[in-house]
Each structure stands twice: as structure tokens, then as C-alpha cells.
Design a protein around this ligand. Sequence first.
Ligand SMILES: *Cc1c(COP(=O)(O)O)cnc(C)c1O
Length: 537
Amino acid sequence: MVAYFCMEFGLHPDFPIYSGGLGVLAGDYLKAAADDGYPVVGVGILWRKGYTAQYINEQGYPYDLAPEFNNLSFLKDTGVKVQVTIKQQPVTCKVWLVDHFSNAPLYLLDADLPENKEPWLTHSLYRGNGDDRIAQEIILGIGGVRALRALGLAVDIYHFNEGHAVLAGIELIREKMAAGLSFHQALNATRRQIVFTTHTPVPAGNEAHHHGALAYVGAYNGLSYEQMKQIGGDPFNMTVAGLRLSTLSNAVSELHGETARKMWHQVGDASPIIAITNGVHQDTWQAPDIALAAARRGNLIEAHQANKQLLLAEIQHRTGQILNPDALLIGFARRAATYKRGDLILQHKEELLPLLESGRIQLVFSGKAHPQDEGGKNMVAKIVAMAKAFPGKVVFLENYDMALGQILTRGCDIWLNNPQRPLEASGTSGMKAGMNGVLNFSTLDGWWVEGCRHGINGWQFGDGYVGPNQDYHDLNALYRVLKTEILPTFEQDKAKWAQMMHASIETCTQQFSARRMLKEYYDRLYWPLTAAEEKIS
Ligand SMILES: *Cc1c(COP(=O)(O)O)cnc(C)c1O
């Protein structure tokens, strides 16, 4: 059995214990595992106040609220409680089971109990200070392993999705040392049980902690400074620890594999990083009428137009703006992180304004910034200002979440993506769009390097350029492709557009499904571990 650890799980819009792509990947992983009968359990945290609900104030600037939880009646009480030690105090965590959105069981730890001094520790995802984060990682990692033991589950492989979970490795080592192994024996045996998925190539996204804080909060879990330093360095880097605690690691696209291998090459004793490209759960993200039309080689344009109308109705409902169903609708919805350059297309006014004023293009944006990310919030504010200046042509939708993601990746005509290369590890929203025949229009970063057949299933721009003036270079390329290839096809050659939709759906359902991803995890990540273990024993 594989235990898949992740800080966040995006299973359903009504259960907002996720922030963005990482959580949606984890949710899609569980659903795909359940579909194909793989023996997998998820381990996470019950964030009772979720991540953030983000709206726009009178001045056009984002502000944060705690999201409303609807009904948690689908949580099942396992009857299991486990204890961890945080700042030398016992913290009890209740273990809930969620199997409502997927048949793969997800176990969630919850410290919101009357006996705990800090019941708020598991309230809010990715908020709070450094010590809180360490405490949350103790709950996920150490508490998670103890929960699996208390539940009596026989786990063969521990899969850490991102570095947040690495303290589970420290617990596995502690267990073995308690049974009499030396630290080195315990570390080696533990490594044979762990695989690790690394994510962001943005350095700030790779969390590191001072040893003083780790020791104070209780992450050492009985290990010494020297032993912890050997695993994560000093300061203790969670990604480095993931690489040293595992036998095999993976990056989330081919290009990200190259980037990650360069980024971490100086880390001694790290596991090799292979590339297993992300995929998305088809039944969650592909509209049923599109699936049907694609299977029957039916009228895709008509099916798409119905999804576009649903999006336009949602836009009208949320903003009062009425968009033109026949003009090209460009969508951009992602976490508002600055490297994703959400406002790039708005920066070339001489190109943009005539296209907007003539009504040939319309833009719909959505995205949340991290509550403490000023740069991301300023980027949102710029988009909001443009939406104010161009009513009915530029729209910003507040509080991006899975529900909006679903409507947008079904209803836009093209899906824009322009991260600063090579910082987008994968970029799964494009796979969702592509499955719906919403054509990708993206720089060659993340998954699109593998997926793109220019002019056949979507378009690239910028030719993978990396260097000075990347914004300027990409912006010119963007408008060139938009004006000379995309608009003429959209406006004058619907037959070719429909053909491209078919090609896009085929590429994404075959190459970029969570089903394919699960199979690769088993063939290339899990199986080598099992095989090596059998040889040893
Ligand atoms: C799919 C999804 C993401 C990930 O999209 P990227 O392309 O990686 O930016 C983030 N947030 C939500 C709500 C999603 O549905």
C-alpha cells in the first residue's frame, strides 16, 4: 500500500482544504487511484478554515477572508487519536476519514480539540509564522505516520508530495532506532520506503528552517543536530531533506526534471530525480458534452459554445458584465504569483487596445495571491484596474477556486499561459483546458514543451527564449501569434478550429491524464523500490 502525504488536497470546491495546483494534483491523484483500483491512502490535514477567500475592495485591491465551510457531515470519525509533541507539550490529533469524493481513503489530522492549548494549529493552510508551519509539518509528518500505525494499515511506500511531509521520514527513522537500529541503519532502511515529488523551481518556494526553531518546536523527534543536519543541511531545507530521505524522486514535467537536476545537483547523497509529468482527472475536469462529442466525432464547436454560454452566464451573474459569445475569449486563471506574469498581455497597450476596442478579443482573468504576497496582490490590482477601464471586454473574477477553474477551463476559447521560463514546473490548468478543446496558447514551459504541436493542437509563443528582456520578447511573440495565426483561424476557419479542438482533446486525454500519471508512478517510481526491497530481503 502507498501512503501519499500532502499538505493540501483539492477534491471538491465545497471542501476547500487546498490552495492551488499542488492540492488539485493530490486530489486528482486520489481519484485516479480509486478509479483504477490502486491500493493508495492519502494523509493530510483537516484545515477547518481552509486557505483564503479573496475578494476585491472598493479601491480595487485584494483582501482576505476565511472561507465559509459548508457542511462537513461527510467526515467519518475513525475513532483514532494520535499524539505528537510540539514545544514540549502533547498535542492530540483526531483522525478523520474522507471517502466521499473518491473511493481512495483520505485520512485527515485535526488538532482542533478542547484538550489542546493551540487548537488553531490546523485551522488555516499556509498562514501563520515559521514556528506554526513547523508545528503543522510535525502534525502532517509525524502525526501522519502515527495515524497509519494506529489505523493498522500496512504501508510499503511513503510518497511525499512536496517537502512539507519530510518529518514523516524523521518519524520512520525514530521508530527504527527505537527498535534497536543505529541511525545509519535506520536512515538507509527508511530511504528504501520513501519516494519524493519535488515541485517548485522558484527558490523561495523551497522552504528552509533554522535548526534552533526546529529543535524548539520539536521537529527533531529524538534525533540530534548532527543527524538532522545530515538529512536537511543547515539551515534545514525541506526539499534537500526529501531528496536525501528517498530512494527516488520525481519532477513534474520533463523540463522541470532538467531544471530540478541542475537546481539540486550540489546536494550530496540525494536520490536521482526522474521526470513524471503531471496529469489531471478526466471525469473531474472534462465537460460531459465535450467528452461525448469527442468520442462520437460529433460537433465540438456546438458543444463548446454551450460551455462558453455557461461561463458567460456565470460572468454576468458575478459581475453584471455581458460578453459577446461570438468573439474570441482568452482565459487566464492561476495563482497570482508574479512569476506567472498574469498581467503580461495587458502591458503592450498599442497592440491590446485596438483588439479590445474593435471587440475582436475579450479577456477573463481569475486568481488569488498568497495573503502575504504584495507583488501578487499588486498584479491582481493592475488586472482589476483594466477590467474597470474596459467593461464588457476585460473581466476579473474574484476568489479563484476549483469551481471557477472548472467553468473557466471549459468555457474560454483559448487558455493563455506565460510564466517566466523555466519557473512553471508543470501548469495543470492547461491540461484541463486542453481536454475541453480550449486551445492552449502558452510559452514553452512546464508540460507544454511536451504537449505542444504548434498550429495543430494549440500554439506556443516565444520559442522557449530565456535571457534578458524576456517580458518584452514574449510579449511581442504573443501578439504576433495572436494576430497572424489565432484570430484568422478563429474568425475565418471554423473547420480548422474544430480540428484543432479534436487534436487538443486527444493529446490531453491520452498524454496528460491522471490515469497515465498513476501508471507511471507505479511503473517508474514505486515498482523500482519494491523490486530493490525484494532483492535485499
Ligand atoms: C488546476 C488548478 C490550479 C493549477 O493550475 P496551474 O496551471 O498550475 O496554475 C490551481 N488552482 C486551481 C483552483 C486549479 O483548479
